[in-house]
Design a protein around this ligand. Structure first.
Ligand code: ISE
Length: 327
């Protein structure tokens, strides 16, 4: 059985997913692509003779030749397209965030409940990263005892000028929110946010870096540095501190070059190379799930919870006060 996937959005992530689905995932083909820029959509399907280009996302979603939809358009459009997929009861994998607002994510939860079965998966690909999977195993096998603290770092080399400051939370730290919930198997209940001294190298008005603190149901405290203009590359770190030890996320295997008096290891350029394996495993699992007739990966509830925490974090930063998360 081959799942024919329709991809909405042929930007950076959409193009990456099209390439991964076509070259590295078995049991799936890209059946159609749609983008606000039709020329970009046409370029994205070059070399995939069976793929159509649709002018409108609605037409792609309703296309009877399309079995499942991957939403990789801009964040603000996610809710509309996921709801349209639910309207025709089609499986949908939506890039994060599921919706930029908690109310939007709630509407998706309600619509999925009305269909009566899981159809929505959310693209929290870190759940498929080997390093994070190793952290989860160490927590589960008791190597470090009960978790007490989590330290996270999320750095990009550069952001576009005037990136709205809240996107550092809704577009970047949302990954830490999800992975912390997944690792600890509990919800975040309180959020505090800080605006450290602003880097002079940030283009435009964006407040960068940001620093967030989460408190979970059981009282684990999580700190997250988000720095979108760190200059030197893409760097994601995580350390779990437990009662009996600590466990740290390892960088993916690479080469160490010893030359000119230094031992140096490369830094990832962006999330696509750092998490290439995770994206591939995520897509393969999603496709395998639908071959077996079931949704896999992060659920609509996970997407909703992540958005709820992100929203509380944005409010906490604005208010300069600790905020509860409304779930
Ligand atoms: C980007 O949009 C992503 O989705 C990446 O996964 C994230 O790490 C990065 O910070 C975002 O800008």
């Amino acid at each position: 059985m081959t799942i024919r996937v329709g991809v909405i959005g042929a930007g950076v992530m959409g193009t990456d997913h099209i390439r991964t689905l076509t070259r590295s995932v078995s049991g799936a083909t890209v059946g159609a692509v749609c983008d606000i820029d039709q020329e970009r959509a046409r370029r994205a399907v070059e070399g995939i003779p069976e793929a159509k280009v649709h002018a409108h996302p609605g037409a792609l979603i309703q296309d009877g030749d399309i079995d499942a939809v991957l939403v990789a358009s801009s964040d603000a459009t996610h809710e509309e397209y996921v709801l349209a997929c639910l309207d025709v009861a089609k499986p949908v994998l939506c890039e994060k965030p599921l919706a930029p607002t908690r109310q939007g994510a709630q509407r998706i939860l309600d619509a999925e409940q009305a269909v009566g079965r899981r159809l929505v998966s959310v693209g929290f690909m870190r759940r498929y990263d080997e390093g994070y999977a190793a952290l989860a195993r160490k927590l589960e096998d008791g190597s470090i005892g009960q978790p007490l603290l989590v330290h996270c770092v999320h750095r990009n080399s550069a952001s576009p000028p005037n990136l709205p400051s809240e996107v550092l939370v809704t577009g970047s730290a949302v990954h830490e929110i999800d992975i912390v919930r997944w690792l600890l198997r509990e919800d975040v209940r309180w959020v505090s946010g800080y605006r450290p001294r602003r880097s002079a190298l940030v283009p435009g008005e964006t407040q960068d870096p940001l620093f967030l603190v989460f408190e979970t149901d059981s009282g684990v405290v999580v700190d997250v540095e988000v720095f979108a203009n760190a200059q030197y590359g893409y760097d994601v770190r995580c350390e779990l501190v437990g009662e009996r030890g600590a466990v740290t996320l390892d960088a993916p295997a690479g080469a160490v070059v010893r030359a000119s008096g230094q031992a140096a290891r490369g830094v990832a350029v962006d999330w696509r190379d750092r998490f290439a394996g995770a994206y591939r495993r995520e897509l393969q699992d999603w496709v395998d799930g639908w071959v077996d007739g079931e949704a896999r990966g992060a659920s609509a509830w996970d997407g909703y919870a992540a958005t709820a925490v992100a929203e509380a974090a944005v409010a906490a930063i604005a208010a300069g006060a600790r905020r509860p998360v409304e779930l």
